[in-house]
Design a binder for this molecule. Sequence first.
Ligand SMILES: *Cc1c(COP(=O)(O)O)cnc(C)c1O
Ligand code: SF4
Length: 338
Amino acid sequence: MDEILIAEIESVEASFTLGGNWQQSLRGAVRSGRQLCRILGIDPRDVGDAAERDFPVFAPREFIARMEPGNPTDPLLLQVLATAREAEPGGVEDPVGDLHSLAVPGMLQKYAGRALVIASGACAIHCRYCFRRHFPYATAPPTAAVWQGWLERLRDDPNIDEVILSGGDPLALVDSQLGKLIDALGKVPTVRRLRIHTRFPVVIPWRVTDALLQILSDTEMSTFVVLHINHANELDRAVEVALERLRRTGATLLNQAVLLRGINDSAEAQVDLCRRLVNLQVIPYYLHQLDPVRGAMHFRVDDATARQILARMRESLPGYAVPRLVREIAGQGSKTPL
Ligand SMILES: *Cc1c(COP(=O)(O)O)cnc(C)c1O
Ligand code: SF4
């Protein structure tokens, strides 16, 4: 690496070592579509006030900084701006049957060998297409009693060898809490792998604190961090540094994206994203067809188009850079390949 690049990385890194920066970013997040439009200098005509009451707008400044001012179809803006189109009919509250898969409060068990826990109901950002936008998070707060239920369940079922921290976003937990949870999970002898599904490193890169790196380095479980990045424009210099920091812990980095109409529904956008990801040693894992959640049906891409996009991706990318195109069907024993 050349010296200028090293100096740049060092100066960006200074923002990571101050552990509390990310909480300040959350406090300063933009919480209204009108304000977001004002910041970007775009017409607020499309803002959906009813949609915002249903699922509030929440976008940290770091993420907004990657949007193009004056562009009402910016692919990052469309992921967070509540619009009147959310009132269009169709979709359901619980499209993937989460509420039928609760093993104990806050723990979902759908697939063999894997248990998914709702580690936090909070997120770094509110994605308008979120399949858990109607999830009753209040029924599984991150309390000692709920965690105890998870640990008992894991001890009772030795077939579960992987725990997935999900949410919401598990990195919404502060490091001291997260460290305790991961430590307790690691003490269950049959749990060998830890998976963390998170959007924090891309939305607020400063969340990848030194304390978090220590926690991930210390655990004896094999660790996988599944990022959630939908468009190459989400990857800026600070995110690259955050990913590099995560990689240094020995964690395997994967990405999942959702195929979204008007945002990333072209072979060009997907190839660009996947190429950038593998250059950063992040393996594209899943490309999800949208879960039919109420309020997000306007983002749907039909299966024929999705298959065409994937075929064109195969023509341009190394095999390891092509994600699996899947859909989640309630009641199935795995994600369903298209
Ligand atoms: C998606 C999901 C998983 C993980 O599935 P993989 O195919 O292993 O990535 C596990 N549990 C639940 C409840 C899920 O929704
Ligand atoms: S970060 Fe994940 S859980 Fe949170 S709103 Fe976005 S898609 Fe949903």
